[in-house]
Design a protein around this ligand. Structure first.
Ligand code: THU
Length: 160
């Protein structure tokens, strides 16, 4: 029997000012994007902002539906939109900000498993790590790659 221990590296910041300006701006875009979320059922509004290689920021927010599973998370709305608009642009970073009825969450939320899977595919497709920034009022979490969240994963190379 072999024991395999897997560790992930996450960086935590106590204020936006500790981050590079480009990431501060990306988080600001994610926060702004959360305003336009369509979340009448959960009342949980999420904004995502994707930074592309060409420096453009593409945003998304969660879009819910009365048939609940038909809705989509902010992260996937943003990534699919970025891929639809700029199919050849690498994604360099994604910022996520979520708010409930009390305002932005204090501690950052993690993207759901399905969004992580989609983020991982973008990372693999472009062979470039995607920085992940998760905003909370009390702390901001940053990872250098989606793999830090999904160290064991399924990907297209396994289909060959
Ligand atoms: N949601 C996101 O948009 N992103 C996440 O990372 C977590 C959850 C959305 C889905 C649903 O509209 C609402 O938040 C509650 O789960």
């Amino acid at each position: 029997m072999n024991k395999r221990e897997i560790t992930s590296v996450l960086y935590e910041y106590n204020s936006l000012a500790e981050l590079e300006k480009v990431y501060q701006d990306l988080i600001e875009s994610a926060k702004e994007a959360s305003e336009n979320a369509y979340a009448p059922y959960s009342k949980f509004k999420v904004g995502a902002a994707v930074l592309l290689e060409n420096k453009e920021i593409v945003i998304g927010n969660n879009q819910e539906n009365a048939a609940y599973p038909s809705g989509l998370c902010a992260e996937r709305v943003a990534i699919f939109y970025a891929n639809a608009k700029y199919p050849d642009q690498k994604i360099k970073a994604i910022a996520i900000a979520a708010k409930n009825n009390d305002g932005f969450v204090s501690e950052p939320i993690s993207p759901c498993g399905s969004c992580l899977q989609v983020m991982l595919e973008s990372e693999k497709k472009s062979a470039t790590p995607i920085k992940v920034l998760l905003f909370g009022k009390k702390s901001i979490t940053m990872a250098d790659s989606v793999k830090q969240f999904l160290p064991i994963n399924f990907s297209g190379d396994m289909l060959l």
